[in-house]
Design a protein around this ligand. Sequence first.
Ligand SMILES: [Zn+2]
Length: 219
Amino acid sequence: MICDQFIDRTTGRADTYYRGPDVVHISAADPYCPELRALAGRIAGQQSLRWRPAGTVVVVQGPRFSTRAESRWYSRMGWDIVGMTQYPEVILARELEMCYLNLCLVTDYDAGLEGAPEVGAVQAHDVMRVLAENIVRVRDLLAATIPMIPAEPSCNCQRSLEAAGYKKKKGRDWGLGLQGRGSGITISAALLRTGEEAVTALSRLTIEARSGVSYSPQK
Ligand SMILES: [Zn+2]
């Protein structure tokens, strides 16, 4: 799922570079880069992946998984994905005027499915297993997407500080976030800088799950 919105249910995470006395009130109405979302969606379609072009991720504090009541609430609110990362990375990237893309890998049904007792609550090993099955697809999607990022953006991500009354900086930075659903399996976000270095950066990109699973794409 290529998310377009998030709900922040975290606490105590440092979520701004501007702690005062100066503060910056950036817009978070559309927190993810529309250009990178469209590009990743186009590539996902070409690669015949099962994917969705939009959705809302609710970011929970963790590290525990959801109760059934919490999971029911998230679902009834219309939120699509439960994760433990993504916030504040996405907002920190916005403060740095970086284009930011989030790819959510669905790994489980959180606390289970009501009316389907055969679908139980998630366990950490379930998440790791599904993640391992999908990591090649993620690699291929990233390998095809990153070189296609235009050097000149058509979005407004690079003007977020300007819009908030701060000075514009030069150049294009971009980043991406990856996460599994549900459990403490969240993959750390990888922030890459500058389109010119994108392909080189991909060869160095390492996606590490907090549980210790790591993956390094080939050059
Ligand atoms: Zn952008």
